[in-house]
Design a protein around this ligand. Structure first.
Ligand SMILES: *[C@@H]1O[C@H](CO)[C@@H](O)[C@H](O)[C@H]1NC(C)=O
Ligand SMILES: *[C@@H]1O[C@H](CO)[C@@H](O)[C@H](O)[C@H]1NC(C)=O
Length: 368
């Protein structure tokens, strides 16, 4: 009996010593981690921040399934040095880009293998953007990161777009104060102060340091994830459950997240506060009660050379809520505001291609 309890005591002592040893090892490990973490983040030895070689432009496509306008992009990427750009696609899980799903070999195998199911107006949309950014950040050559949809078209040739974005040390992020819509949820206030709440287009072009802020943010994203739920349509038959959901904030994360996050990091001085992707909005007149804004789709008729020229000639944007006129500049030089446009149907894109609105060598002779 005595002997037994002695051995129990000895065992306890041993366990105790082991625990102290493990804690010590853990502490050392943690210190080493912290050391390397700060090393990683320090601006002068970061992998891509002072990249020496040929800077590359990352095209990040956020699509529902395939890329219906691949034929246009095929022409766009043709004859471009592959070192100058890279392509990433976030599509629905399991969708593969290969010879059976796209006519353009530039997109073969460019889909993310860890893509997620995206719901409109849900935080999954911004998580998909973050997945694209994390994938693109793996390549230290990528210095600019442009987000595009499956209905986006380029308005210029590759070298023009490349020089425009690389020539500016700023990100292009549409961002303005949003007072009236009530999408801000007061329950966010412990993390996101209301004065930092911003609204703007989802279609962004980021410099590498801002891409990292968005990709690795673990402060603001969880708040959006928790508090931005999509409000379902009113359905009385579902009773209480539906009424409860009606109280949720429809905050459309993709129109607020990046803008708000960058404002919270005091980075607005490093932005051109406008988007480089054109969208024409109209208010639907059909339903008087829920008049909502919709982007116009350019089809064959509306994608005419005059319309394309009108978009390319825009040189300023007016922001009503701030009484701010943004004269479009890149590196203090006046430039056209828009490099891309949405939303284009297949026919609209076909017309753009054949009428040569972006001068891609062989096809440009048909331009007006
Ligand atoms: C690209 O577009 C610009 C501006 O539209 C034009 O000046 C330039 O010649 C074009 N370059 C090529 C290689 O087509
Ligand atoms: C692309 O890369 C080559 C070098 O690989 C470079 O000479 C060229 O100017 C780059 N820029 C564009 C816009 O293609």
């Amino acid at each position: 009996m005595r002997k037994r309890s002695l051995s129990v005591r000895q065992n306890l002592l041993l366990i105790w010593k082991l625990a102290i040893l493990l804690s010590f090892i853990f502490l050392v490990f943690a210190l080493v981690r912290i050391h390397f973490y700060y090393d990683d983040r320090s601006p002068d030895d970061d992998d891509g921040d002072v990249f020496q070689g040929n800077p590359s432009l990352a095209f990040m496509f956020l699509v529902r399934r395939d890329l219906p306008l691949d034929f246009l992009w095929q022409t766009f990427y043709q004859n471009v040095d592959a070192a100058n750009y890279s392509i990433y696609i976030h599509s629905e899980p399991g969708f593969v880009f290969d010879e059976t799903t796209t006519r353009s070999s530039f997109f073969y195998g460019r889909h993310l293998s860890n893509s997620i199911k995206v719901g409109w107006g849900e935080s999954s949309m911004i998580e998909a953007e973050r997945l694209l950014l994390r994938a693109a950040l793996q390549n230290p050559a990528n210095q600019r990161f442009i987000l595009l949809s499956d209905s986006c078209v380029p308005l210029y040739n590759f070298s023009y777009i490349y020089n425009y974005l690389m020539g500016s040390s700023k990100s292009f992020v549409d961002s303005f104060l949003d007072m009236k819509e009530g999408r801000y949820n007061p329950r966010m206030s412990s993390v996101i102060p209301m004065r930092k709440w911003r609204k703007g287009s989802q279609w962004i072009a980021l410099v590498r340091s801002h891409a990292k802020v968005v990709a690795y943010d673990n402060v603001v994203f969880p708040v959006f994830k928790k508090l931005c739920k999509r409000r379902p349509p009113l359905d009385v038959s579902k009773g209480k459950q539906n009424l409860k959901l009606q109280r949720q904030h429809n905050c459309i994360p993709d129109e607020h997240y990046v803008q708000t996050l960058l404002a919270m990091n005091d980075l607005e001085g490093e932005l051109e506060r406008r988007t480089v992707t054109y969208t024409l909005w109209i208010q639907s007149a059909t339903n008087m009660e829920t008049r909502s804004w919709h982007p116009v789709t350019y089809n064959y008729a509306s994608a005419n050379p005059q319309q394309i020229k009108r978009i390319k000639d825009i040189n300023h944007v007016y922001y009503e809520t701030e009484h701010r006129t943004e004269w479009c500049k890149s590196n203090s030089i006046s430039v056209p505001c828009f490099l891309f446009a949405r939303k284009f149907s297949r026919d609209g894109a076909m017309r753009l291609l054949t009428q040569g609105s972006f001068d891609s060598s062989a096809l440009s002779h048909t331009s007006p």
